[in-house]
Design a protein around this ligand. Structure first.
Ligand code: FAD
Length: 264
């Protein structure tokens, strides 16, 4: 079986059309290559060709739109994104990867390879991020909300867009982990509007409870009600980090914590 080091082909196209044409081929198993921090060490043994996305001009931040190949480090250094949503995006990225990894890892690569406890994916769900995607067959770009996005072999994420927040909107992120430097056992991110002291338009994202983080949306609710809803919604499994019961309980604790932390 060939490893990634024994690839038959490496391509670095300069247009999205060219990249998609390469990805559409059925004769060789061809995959996109972004920062390579996940793909290179862990590529499926049947990968025969890679399409390097670095020359497609997708490394940019324009307002609240972030190009797919923008590195995580670029995002945390960007003043507007650092201030966005009370700094939750930055906090989640800093909690997701070391400086060395952030320098190479891209936003889209991190979304595709996100594990169920990914702080970044959890934060993007709470923030209501939308993806601009091109599929292999389609000739048009499609915009899809993150919860409805399913990675497809011959598709490319082109851009991630965050919504403009109203004045009363706030966000927070919390986790429990073995140590502060570890990835979360479970994590919770929330975004809500504070209207006369009440929570409105609530988005609660829960990580570490399944294959991917999940999101709950509610028009309103008290902190206690939302914590109960979060606990009732999740069906985590046991593993060597924590039991299902512990995860469920911590989801309740963290939900109360993030909602209490939203600036009032
Ligand atoms: C030393 C080290 C430490 C790490 N630590 C952590 C950690 O603490 N936490 C953590 O979450 N992760 C960690 N990772 C994993 C890795 O950093 C992340 O998964 C990373 O964000 C992947 O991004 P990338 O740009 O390198 O993607 P790549 O490795 O290039 O690609 C990942 C996947 O995404 C696909 N892909 C990439 N871009 C696109 C696109 N635009 N459209 C469609 N598909 C695309 C690729 O085909 C591949 O399947 C670590 C990795 C290393 C090497």
């Amino acid at each position: 079986m060939p490893t990634l080091r024994e690839l038959t082909e490496y391509h670095k196209p300069e247009t999205i059309e060219e990249a998609l044409k390469l990805l559409r081929r059925t004769s060789l198993k061809t995959v996109p290559l972004a920062g390579g921090t996940s793909l290179v060490p862990s590529a499926a043994h049947d990968v025969q060709a890679v399409v390097d996305l670095s020359a497609l001009g997708l490394s940019y931040v324009k307002g609240l739109s972030i190009g797919a190949t923008t590195t995580l480090q670029t995002i945390v250094e960007h003043a507007e994104l650092r201030a966005y949503a009370d700094g939750v995006l930055t906090a989640a990225i800093l909690d997701s990867a070391s400086r060395q990894t952030r320098e190479g890892a891209t936003l889209a690569g991190s979304i595709i390879s996100a594990a169920g406890n990914s702080p970044l994916f959890t934060a993007l769900l709470a923030l209501d991020a939308r993806l601009t995607v091109r599929t292999g067959r389609g000739t048009r770009e499609e915009e899809v909300a993150l919860p409805y996005f399913t990675p497809q072999p011959r598709a490319l994420i082109l851009q991630v867009t965050l919504p403009v927040l109203n004045d009363g909107a706030h966000a927070a992120y919390e986790k429990v982990a073995r140590t502060p430097a570890d990835l979360p056992i479970v994590c919770v991110a929330a975004r809500a509007t504070i209207d006369q002291g009440e929570l409105r338009d609530i988005r609660l994202a829960l990580g570490g409870v399944g294959e991917k983080p999940i999101v709950i949306t509610q028009p309103s609710g008290s902190i206690e009600e939302l914590a109960q809803l979060a606990v009732a919604t999740v069906t985590p499994g046991d593993d060597y980090f924590a039991s299902a019961d512990y995860r469920r309980e911590m989801i309740g604790v963290l939900t109360k914590r993030v909602l209490s932390n939203l600036k009032r």
